[in-house]
Design a protein around this ligand. Structure first.
Ligand code: SF4
Length: 235
């Protein structure tokens, strides 16, 4: 990515009272060789954000140093699409925590700007992961007890193909031992509806059931897993 760096220094929230902003601008445009450097008394305002947007659109700025408050706040205001953004925390880490007007405070702010310029020079926009194979939308459910069968049914209702693997010869798990279950709010008992759930699973065209089977091997990664299932001695 060909970068055009721009720096924005906010003087609001006491930053301008604690620091010599002009010195920071001359450091940024001088030693740090950042071609665009602007200051604003309220960078998070509509007007401040518009200043940055204008540079993105008209000047082609795409690597932005925002020297203002903590990156934990104003995230949405300073989130610009397709731009590298580095936030320099001049407010909490410098102006609010160091003596105002002190030489060391000024040096600290200057060092944070230097670090940001170096960081932005080395940063690249993240590239979305593109798998070599098409992503699989089949869901593997291991275990055909109440939880596994419920997961399989819900995933199939959401439109996914499901492979359900159960090590025992029959579906049901521990729930097969339960004759009756309590109804909410626990006033009565009804027959365990497990057999209905088993029917729903086994009759669904979207769920392929392997009983008496185990997952022998998994390989690949998210979306491109390959799974070997062993059933009756055959893989
Ligand atoms: S909240 Fe941040 S961007 Fe807004 S005025 Fe204060 S330091 Fe500047």
């Amino acid at each position: 990515m060909e970068k055009k760096t721009a720096a924005y220094i906010c003087s609001g929230c006491g930053i301008g009272d604690a620091l010599n902003i002009e010195e920071l601008v001359s450091l940024t445009t001088g030693d740090l060789k950042v071609p665009i450097c602007r200051t604003h008394a309220n960078l998070c305002s509509q007007e401040g954000a518009a200043l940055i947007k204008q540079d993105i659109e008209k000047e082609g700025a795409n690597a932005l140093i925002i020297a203002a408050c903590s990156p934990r706040v104003m995230y949405d205001v300073f989130n610009f699409e397709n731009c590298i953004v580095d936030r320099v925390n001049l407010r909490e880490q410098v102006a609010w925590s160091q003596p105002a007007g002190d030489e060391n405070t000024q040096m600290m702010a200057a060092d944070y700007l230097r670090m940001s310029a170096a960081k932005v020079a080395a940063m690249e926009l993240p590239v979305p992961y593109k798998p070599e194979k098409e992503l699989s939308k089949t869901i593997l459910v291991v275990g055909g007890g109440l939880a596994g069968m419920t997961s399989a049914v819900e995933a199939s209702k959401a439109g996914y193909q499901v492979v359900l693997v159960e090590k025992e010869a029959e579906l049901g798990g521990f729930q097969k031992k339960v004759g009756q279950i309590a109804t909410f709010p626990y006033k009565g008992l009804v027959d365990n509806p497990l057999s209905d759930l088993v029917k729903e699973v086994t009759s669904s065209p979207k769920i392929k059931v392997y009983t008496g089977a185990r997952v022998e091997k998994t390989a690949g990664g998210p979306g491109v897993f390959e799974v070997s299932i062993k059933q009756n001695g055959t893989t």
